[in-house]
Design a protein around this ligand. Structure first.
Ligand code: PMP
Length: 317
């Protein structure tokens, strides 16, 4: 598999990142997960906008424009012949710390620096991987998956802001460990005020009667690209959808619950902390939105290869 690292397309075995890279040493950087469906890079402009915001927050600057990076993603997909059910991971880290050191012969040399200071990192590291993904088993898309709530609180907005997809996913990892221990597929974060925020890698929605409800991003939810798409689809489908605080009792008492994410797409929830949700299978509104999302993936996104070829490839894949 070819990957892209700092301006070069390389075989994955040749790709090396320095141990002094601040992404590795300090989790200093951002990442993005995108999808390729039917020969198209889904919602590329929205992903680019989120990357831009993250870079602005972290004061990260790359040599390439985001448009160029999106073109690199497309080229990498072509090189790896991934035209459907593709997953793209784009990482921009702070890069390697460098300091000047005077040698015994009086010459000034540049050497790697271990310190935290981002000002010592002149060039961010840009890494792009395009691969295939099937996050959850097919039957979960019919029957729903199990959730657990976690005692780990969602990051506060004044700490590691949940709106930025930073390389600091430790609380998500800790919560996922709890999900594994509880035999659940995903864990739900509450925020410091006790309201539901989101899951470790997905946004969360509930259905109350005919109404779809999701926590506002100010409650600690990432502004998910799939979340946005689903809110738009609700409008198209004439389903009322609102952003509102969601409490634990809203969650446990919901008629339906589903998660959204680039990797998971739209997936129903059957059970939360041992409480059966609705019928205990994917609910009717969830199913409608899953189908509408599936249809959206057929038409949305920038073309990586001409659509006729994509359809042949989709069959091949
Ligand atoms: N929340 C978190 C914490 C995530 O990591 C993700 C995955 N990017 C999401 C929500 C879903 O966002 P998106 O639909 O943009 O993938």
């Amino acid at each position: 598999m070819q990957i892209y690292l700092n301006g070069k397309f390389l075989d994955e075995k040749e790709a090396m990142i320095s141990p002094f890279d601040h992404g590795f040493l300090y989790g200093d950087g951002i990442f993005e997960g995108m999808r390729i469906y039917h020969g198209r890079l889904f919602r590329a402009a929205r992903h680019a906008a989120r990357i831009r915001k993250g870079m602005q927050m972290l004061c990260l600057k790359t040599e390439q424009s985001l448009d160029d990076l999106i073109e690199v993603v497309c080229e990498l997909a072509r090189r790896n012949e991934i035209f459907d059910e593709g997953y793209v991971r784009l990482v921009i880290s702070r890069g390697v710390g460098i300091k000047s050191q005077v040698q015994s012969d009086g010459q000034v040399m540049e050497v790697s620096d271990l310190g935290l200071d981002p000002a010592k990192c002149p060039r961010p590291t840009v890494l792009i991987i395009v691969s295939r993904i099937n996050l959850y088993p097919k039957e979960w898309y019919e029957n729903g998956l199990k959730l657990t709530t976690t005692c780990i609180r969602r990051n506060s907005a004044d700490a590691c802001p949940p709106q930025v997809k930073s390389l600091n996913y430790l609380s998500n990892v800790l919560a996922k460990l709890e999900a594994n221990r509880a035999g659940a597929a995903e864990a739900v974060f509450l925020n410091r005020d006790g309201f539901v925020a989101e899951a470790t890698a997905d946004n969360l929605f509930i259905v109350e009667g005919n109404k779809v409800v999701t926590p506002p991003t100010s409650d600690g939810a990432l502004p998910g690209i799939t979340r946005d798409a689903v809110l738009e689809l609700c409008e198209d489908e004439k389903i009322e959808a609102i952003e509102r605080h969601v409490t634990l009792s809203d969650l446990y008492g919901a008629d339906e619950c589903f998660l959204t994410g680039s990797a998971a797409k739209v997936i129903g929830v059957s059970e939360i902390d041992g409480r059966k949700i609705g019928s205990g299978r994917c609910g009717p509104i969830t199913k409608r939105l899953m189908d509408a999302f599936q249809a959206l993936t057929m038409r949305d996104g920038i073309e990586i290869i001409p659509s006729e070829t994509a359809n042949t490839e989709a069959v091949k894949n």
